[in-house]
Design a protein. Structure first.
Length: 198
């Protein structure tokens, strides 16, 4: 494993471990995980819709600051659930900031074609957010795409400091192409709840 991490450009020394190293795994169920790197990372939705994820360095680990995807009905129900690798990855990011019980939240939802075994499409989310209002916002997007719209989705992730690896707030916007749905956007608080904290 040390060789594969070094070949991937990750630091392998002591306390300077990246989130991928702290997660304890470098492989998905289908093989080696592609961990994000600083800058733009591309990943297609399950039906082929293009997605770009922008990562910047925080405390030695790449963290997600923004993303965009353009999806259509071809992407619906082509995503995947999370894996033990991405669950460990999300908890390593959250754990860095004192929150040990985060969900491995899909950026692009599973039902919208998002890869759950790809760390690039994963962000640490409080369970109450991931399974609550975030999921409801995703379901509304799915309803619009089911009704014939395409969508350009965009996200921004804000951090309390440049050393944090877990976003404190997230913004999600949907701009529809065709169909009858109005564009939508919402800001979400990703606070670490008492049940999530150490």
């Amino acid at each position: 494993m040390l060789l594969s991490l070094a070949a991937s450009g990750f630091s392998t020394s002591g306390s300077n471990k990246t989130a991928s190293e702290r997660s304890g795994s470098n492989a998905t169920a289908g093989g080696r995980a592609d961990y994000p790197t600083d800058g733009t990372n591309s990943l297609a939705a399950g039906g082929g819709g293009p997605c770009s994820y922008y990562y910047t360095d925080h405390d030695g680990s790449p963290v997600l600051t923004s993303a965009t995807c353009t999806i259509s009905s071809a992407d619906l129900d082509t995503g995947s659930g999370t894996s033990s690798t991405t669950q460990h990855y999300a908890r390593a990011l959250g754990g860095h900031d004192g929150c040990d019980n985060d969900d491995a939240g899909h950026v692009l939802a599973h039902q919208l074609g998002g890869c759950g075994s790809c760390p690039t499409n994963i962000v640490p989310q409080s369970p109450h957010l991931n399974r609550g209002v975030w999921e409801q916002f995703e379901a509304a997007i799915r309803d619009c795409i089911d009704a014939g719209a395409g969508a350009t989705l965009s996200w921004t992730f804000q951090y309390d400091s440049s050393s944090d690896e877990r976003p404190s707030t997230m913004s999600y916007a949907a701009k529809y192409i065709g169909g009858s749905c109005d564009d939508a956007s919402q800001d979400f608080d990703n606070a670490c709840t008492d049940a999530d904290a150490r």
